[in-house]
Design a protein. Sequence first.
Length: 597
Amino acid sequence: MKIGLFLLILAVSFGLFAQEIKNVNFVQEGEVSKLVIETDKDVFAERFHVSEDKQIILDLKNVKVSPKLLRGIDTSEFPGSAVFISGYKKPGSTNDIRFAVQLRDNVRSMLEMKGNKIILNIENRFGVFSQHKIRAGEATSLKGDEKIEDSIGLNIPKSNSIEDIISNLTMSGPKKYIGKRISINVKEIPVPDLLNMIADTSGFNIIIDQEISKHPPLTLTLTNVPWDQALDTIMNLSKLVADKNANILIMKTVGQASKEKEDELKNLSLKAGLEPLVTRVFLINYATLTDISKIITDYLTPVRARMQSDERTNSLIVKDTVESIERIKKIIETLDTQTPQILIEAKIVEANENYTKTIGLSNGITFGYDPVTPIGNPVGPGFSFSTAGAPALGATIGVYKRLLGLDFRLQLLESESKGRVISTPRVVTQNKKVATITSSQQTSFRVAVPTVAGAAPLPSFQNISADLTLTVTPQVTNDGAISMQINLLKSSFGTRPTADAPPNMNRRNITTNVLVDNGSTVVIGGLYQTDTLDQVSGIPYLKDLPLIGWLFRAPKSNLTQKNELIIFMTPRIINQEQAGMSDRQATNTGIDSAKPL
């Protein structure tokens, strides 16, 4: 009982003090790809290659991580060697996290620690690391307290032990040889005898395939070279391949190794044909059965798998192996999400400003003069001031001594008007779907309808409309931004030339394509227009006389019109979380799988 309680307390304490992964990122620096994992404390990590599956496996011991950081990272669009990175809890362990890096081809990697960062360096093509100088004292893994010599460019044995040297020989690419130096001077000696001589000298065990004895004998003169270099040279000359099993080296010909690989693949195919089949029903919520079926068909087991669709329940019935069913499940979980819905709000601000100034005599000055008639009784003078219509200051006199019928009106007019029109059309649409919203304003004008000869034309009215039309096609990118193809047409009524004439039409149209962050506002168009009109009429020459020129001209008119139009667009994803856009902004969404689909 006490032992069980002690183990329980130990397990709880182990979980409480586990380190935590803060961030997972993938970057490319030149010809080296890097998987960068940031933690809050030092973390024990180890790395190994699975050459059969073209994978690099990175295990982190006793760590905690948020589920969103374990989302797959699709790196297939990068030109490097990494295709996909998936993170998941290591099978059979509760506190260990495993990252599987799927490769296009087997390349080398290096693990390093910088502060609280674990960096897995992966060469983007074989041989990239060999371009760097050999650096000593760096750890190729963070396993235990190992301190080994490492080269970014060369394959270097971890130690002088036979097992490490043999492991280095079985790798491809440039190598550094550290075996005991030997000299060989032989003439036409069979290849198996050469291999046995080196095995006896260095102390490793060797198994030689019978086909090697059929190779032609070799003549070698090697002086003071490492035995592993001599062995590697003989293997290259005789076109041999080697497999390592601890300190045992199994030598085979290239043909024999190829045949064994083919047999292995045949056995795997035969084994797959004997696996039991299971049936699973997948409910499809948002995707269409036709589209999702086309995608899943490529991931079914050939010949044996079966798939049917049920339109009534919008379900897929799949019969396949357990491994394929799990793979299809992850594909459906990734693809069967809500389609992003975008609220698009436009603000159309239109400002008008008019300023008019008129100064001068509206009808000039009229008067008469009678030098003969006796002076009668004066009539007048009279003064007038009006603010209705066009403000004017005037004076009128009937008779004043010999001056008759004096009349003038001085017009003083200054007017200013400002207007601001704001239109806010809004529309909601799905991703990649066209949305159109239209607002119309109608008016009518009189037209004459012809009738029979001799009859008066009948009055009739004809309608015209001024429309505000917004047409938008949005597309949500993988990083959460929104690309919009926009067509905006705004028309409005102007003044009527006559009472029965149709009004003038003002039209403004914008067609563009913009990229906007979610929830941000962009100005897609602006127009500022100013019209200035100065009008003067009067008697030539006299109207330009100083001081008295205003007596010989009509009122001087100054007209200034200003029009300003600005259009704002704001797109916003209204179902961002349901459509999986929150996680997609942090990292590209992929399928969590340790092996390629």
